[in-house]
Design a binder for this molecule. Structure first.
Ligand code: PA5
Length: 433
């Protein structure tokens, strides 16, 4: 169960309530648009309104990949891979790819098509030499350069390794139901195809086939993930600001932004959440950074980054606030033992567990940063499991939709990313540019 704490954000309740009618209007507007196929608000009802047959097909495909492959290559960029990676990393062992096969019992998931580095591709090709692998290529537009190049390379490798027919049965395509080069290609080749719903944009698509096929292949229970999101959908369907913590978070951000807190730093004390932060950064950065407006979304992994970014956050420009994702209970803990010699001076911790130390680091840091002028928002979940991650995903997506609208931007488009593409295509002499 997710809980929001705004105590250390030092926001007056009256300030929050000033947003009441604005947020109620946005709430109504989003819910009115949720089933419009031409709009981009389909994510709002995705935990309940999704293609159930496709959902079963995803589970079957995941099972098949698990049986016949040591590796699943997830080819995609931005919203087409970050959600899957966020969930898989949060819910798997940090060393999952190094686990012995008998223990792991599922393919290793590798990501490609999210950069243009020849080093990365060559190193991956080398790793795959003695491994059986399948590919899930994910692109809503079906035309994005990075995944298209990676798919061309790895399709050829698959065909050379297994022959055209078997290669076909190892390729899974997730793309638009009607448009795009990838859709045409997959139809011609007969690849198994999954759909990115028309009314769900890339960065809001983790709970569709985009995220669900890689997540299920990684051995994560997608029914439980959807259940968690469903709980959140139900919980936040009441727009009452006294109870709706999702809307309170969106409003708190806006209040802080208006008092010149222009950077939000998402903080975790659990390295498994590193990619969750990357997903969150894309969600908020692409949704809100428009028309010369928007909070800059940044992220840190503590306590690691207390030894790098900690100084700035404590003492640099006072234009930021922190949002901590606090995981109450670790999945595994470790007790610190007494040592006869105590040469490291750590016996004062003997008998305590490591999570206790981690939590004290968190409490001490919050206290220091708040007194140093960094407002703090805290979001607590009980532990890392499918339901809680599902709930957290929905919480942040909905808060983003509300927050972007409060800000007065369209949180569902991304016109700004086109400019670099135009330049790149011109420089690459792509026909028509
Ligand atoms: O959120 C978005 O829409 C983007 O980040 C896209 O996900 C990203 O650009 C990849 O696009 P596509 O899935 O069309 O390849």
């Amino acid at each position: 169960m997710l809980k929001l704490n705004l105590e250390n954000a030092k926001i007056d309740e009256k300030e929050i309530m000033k947003y009441k009618s604005q947020v109620e209007n946005i709430h109504k507007d989003l819910h009115r648009r949720a089933r419009d196929e031409e709009d981009f608000v389909g994510w709002l009802e995705l935990p309940t309104n999704y293609d159930k047959d496709e959902f079963e097909r995803i589970k079957k495909a995941a099972e098949k990949i698990r049986k016949e492959s040591d590796v699943l290559l997830v080819i995609g960029i931005g919203g087409s891979y970050l959600g899957a990676r966020a969930v898989i990393d949060a819910l798997s062992s940090s060393f999952v790819n190094l686990q012995k096969e008998e223990k792991r019992k599922k393919p290793m998931i590798f990501y490609v098509g999210n950069n243009l580095s020849p080093n990365y591709i060559n190193e991956l090709i080398e790793i795959l030499e003695d491994k059986d692998f399948s590919v899930n290529v994910i692109s809503k537009s079906g035309t994005t350069t990075e995944p298209a190049i990676a798919f061309r390379i790895f399709r050829e490798i698959l065909e050379n390794k297994y022959g055209i027919d078997e290669a076909r049965s190892r390729i899974y395509v997730t793309t638009d139901k009607e448009r795009g080069a990838l859709k045409t290609l997959s139809e011609m080749e007969g690849y198994e195809r999954f759909v990115v719903p028309d009314n769900v944009g890339g960065r809001y698509s983790v709970l569709s086939a985009v995220g669900l096929l890689p997540i299920a292949t990684a051995g994560i229970d997608i029914d439980r993930l959807m259940n968690g999101a469903r709980v959140a959908q139900e919980k936040y369907s009441d727009s009452d600001l006294k109870y709706n913590e999702c809307y309170r978070y969106a409003i708190a951000r806006n209040i802080l932004y208006k008092s010149d807190k222009l950077i939000e730093v998402l903080v975790n004390y659990e390295p498994k959440l590193h990619y969750f932060t990357e997903w969150w950064k894309q969600l908020y950065g692409e949704s809100e950074g428009k028309d010369r407006k928007g909070i800059f979304p940044a992220g840190v992994d503590y306590t690691t980054d207390l030894h790098s970014m900690g100084q700035y956050i404590q003492d640099g420009r006072r234009n930021l606030f922190e949002t901590v994702i606090n995981v109450k209970k670790p999945n595994l803990n470790i007790r610190l033992n007494a040592d006869d010699d105590n040469l490291d001076g750590l016996n004062y911790l003997a008998g305590k567990d490591l999570d206790y130390v981690n939590k004290k680091a968190m409490e001490g840091t919050i206290e220091a940063h708040v007194s140093g002028g960094v407002p703090n928002i805290m979001i607590t979940i009980d532990e890392l499991n499918e339901e809680n991650i599902g709930e957290l995903i929905y919480f942040f997506e909905l808060a983003c939709g509300i927050s972007g609208n409060i800000l007065g931007v369209n949180p569902f488009n991304q016109p700004g990313v086109e400019e670099y593409k135009r330049n790149m295509f011109r420089l690459l002499e792509k026909p028509g540019y």
